[in-house]
Design a protein around this ligand. Structure first.
Ligand code: ADE
Length: 231
């Protein structure tokens, strides 16, 4: 999978060198490049924003640097499917595990991190003439910019790319994969500070364990996220 990130804070993404995703990059499963939006400006101050037409608070990101950055990142003449360009935005579709799974099958994702009050609307329109475009929100709250949202999305998507997580079984049993939250986990010792592991888990009865875990998932989901059971 090819990933490109356009941002005014490229150093923010240095941590993608470590952990599972770092390993996936070194092994070639994930090919990731980070582009500094300011490299596509032409003034002494490397200006990426300006005041909004029509007035109002805050600054808007200028279209020209975005256009040039995307000129470089997007293939001129995509032979196969067009890349998908994701702009993180609180006004977008809410990111879910189902969306992460869908996006993990894409060959080329481009993330455009906005800052300030947003990006000039024409950038979305123009990008849609040469790629698929999607606005995606991390949730119903406002971040200072798209970088944290992109980091979360890349972690959720990257770990679903085949080969990135060593044991694919571990992906099947986690929260949200079957519409339920995950069951509680325990490891040794069997008794710790007066707290015992539920005896069923020591029984060796795999059928009974599977059933207990499922019940725990349903009970936890009902208590914490009843909305998941309705949908
Ligand atoms: N940028 C600012 N807030 C955001 C959010 N909630 N999700 C995605 N991008 C954002």
């Amino acid at each position: 999978m090819r990933l490109d990130i356009v941002t005014i804070f490229p150093e923010f993404f240095d941590i993608l060198d470590i952990s599972l995703l770092g390993k996936a990059r070194r092994s070639g499963l994930i090919d990731l490049a980070v582009h500094d939006l300011r490299d596509y400006t032409h003034d002494r101050h490397r200006t990426v924003d300006d005041t909004p037409y029509g007035g109002g608070a805050g600054m808007v990101m200028k279209p020209e640097p975005w256009g040039e950055a995307l000129d470089e990142v997007l293939p001129q003449d995509p032979a196969g499917q067009q890349p998908l360009v994701i702009f993180p935005s609180p006004a977008g579709d809410v990111f879910t595990q189902a969306m992460a799974r869908e996006l993990s099958t894409e060959a080329h994702l481009v993330f455009g991190c906005g800052r300030y009050e947003g990006i000039d609307q024409r950038v979305f329109e123009h990008t849609a003439t040469r790629a698929r475009v999607r606005l995606v929100s991390l949730g119903d709250y406002v971040l200072n910019g798209g970088e944290v949202a992109v980091m979360a999305m890349i972690e959720a998507i990257g770990r679903l790319v085949p080969g990135v997580v060593g044991n694919p079984e571990s992906l099947v049993q986690e929260s949200h994969e079957n519409g339920l939250l995950e069951y509680p986990s325990y490891t040794k010792p069997a008794s710790w500070r007066g707290l015992d592991v539920p005896p069923i888990l020591l029984s060796g009865n795999h059928g009974a364990i599977a059933q207990w875990r499922h019940e725990q998932q349903v009970e936890r989901t009902r208590r914490v996220r009843p909305d998941l059971l309705e949908s």
